[in-house]
Design a protein. Structure first.
Length: 287
């Protein structure tokens, strides 16, 4: 690597940030080579910083200001202060060393402005556009870190991100509803006669179950397509897609009869590691 190494604490800071706030992605980086793992952690730490803005501000304006700082960074308008931010320093290093495009990073920031407001997601198409610019973009950038970009990798990343993102929308329903924030598309709610106020009130209705069943079906289609596309990309790229094994496990759990969609499900780091380890040794990710 040609770049001067930033202080070691920047590397540790990013690793701890991802470990604490996005353990599944942190665990997935354990299966990547050292240099690539460092860049992946920088990318995922950046995502954590963006995603958690909505929990750190009480009004949209402060969040907009934080997002603007990152937008300015990618435009080259932030200089001295960038090196003082460990996540920015590591991300800039990853961009230089792996020739990552900044446009999708900037677009990811723009899309997450939606998180700052309580506007409902209007349509399934809008949700897919949001997830393509966020979840799919992360998969694509991670794949670029692991190996040179390819059309097959981009196609895989899109479906992987849509599958993972839709599942995240379903699993985050208890938290989002308590904040009167709705990522379930209004279009889908209306088609099943599900009222937004019932969702915000935490009512487990047959109408809501029909909405979630449709979304889970959409996620399953994207997951099936993504898993079938793994064989089209080089083996070196596949560790970037190991989180798909967790998405598959989540979908299986979400389909359990009688599951309360508003019950917060406990997470197990040991189970996460076990699922990723098994996937890393499976034919899907090695052949």
């Amino acid at each position: 690597m040609s770049s001067a190494a930033p202080p070691p604490d920047s590397v540790a800071f990013c690793a701890e940030l991802v470990r604490g706030h996005d353990f599944p992605r942190y665990a997935a980086t354990l299966f990547a080579p050292a240099a690539e793992r460092r860049a992946l952690l920088a990318l995922y730490a950046f995502n954590v910083e963006i995603v958690r803005v909505r929990d750190q501000v009480s009004q949209p304006l402060p969040g907009e200001i934080r997002f603007q700082w990152w937008t300015d960074l990618f435009s080259g308008l932030v200089h001295g202060s960038a090196e003082g931010n460990p996540v920015a320093a590591e991300l800039l290093r990853a961009i230089r060393d792996f020739d990552l495009p900044v446009e999708p990073l900037s677009l990811l920031v723009d899309e997450h402005q939606f998180d700052l407001y309580n506007d409902p997601m209007p349509t399934l198409t809008a949700l897919e556009g949001y997830l393509a610019a966020t979840s799919s973009a992360l998969f694509d950038l991670a794949a670029r870190i692991m190996a040179p970009p390819s059309e097959a990798g981009e196609h895989l990343a899109r479906h992987a991100g849509l599958a993972q993102g839709i599942v995240q929308v379903i699993t985050s329903l208890p938290r989002d509803a308590s904040h009167r924030q709705l990522f379930l598309p209004q279009q889908v709610l209306a088609s099943h006669g599900c009222e937004m106020e019932d969702v915000f009130a935490g009512k487990d209705t047959p109408n809501l179950r029909a909405v979630l069943e449709q979304l889970a079906g959409e996620a399953q289609q994207h997951l099936t397509t993504a898993m079938s596309l793994l064989a089209d990309v080089p083996a070196a790229v596949r560790p970037a897609f190991l989180p798909l094994s967790l998405t598959r496990a989540d979908l299986k759990r979400l389909s359990q009869p009688g599951r309360n969609p508003f019950a917060v499900q406990p997470t197990s780091r040991l189970r996460t590691l076990w699922t990723l380890w098994r996937a890393s040794r499976s034919r899907e990710f090695t052949k």
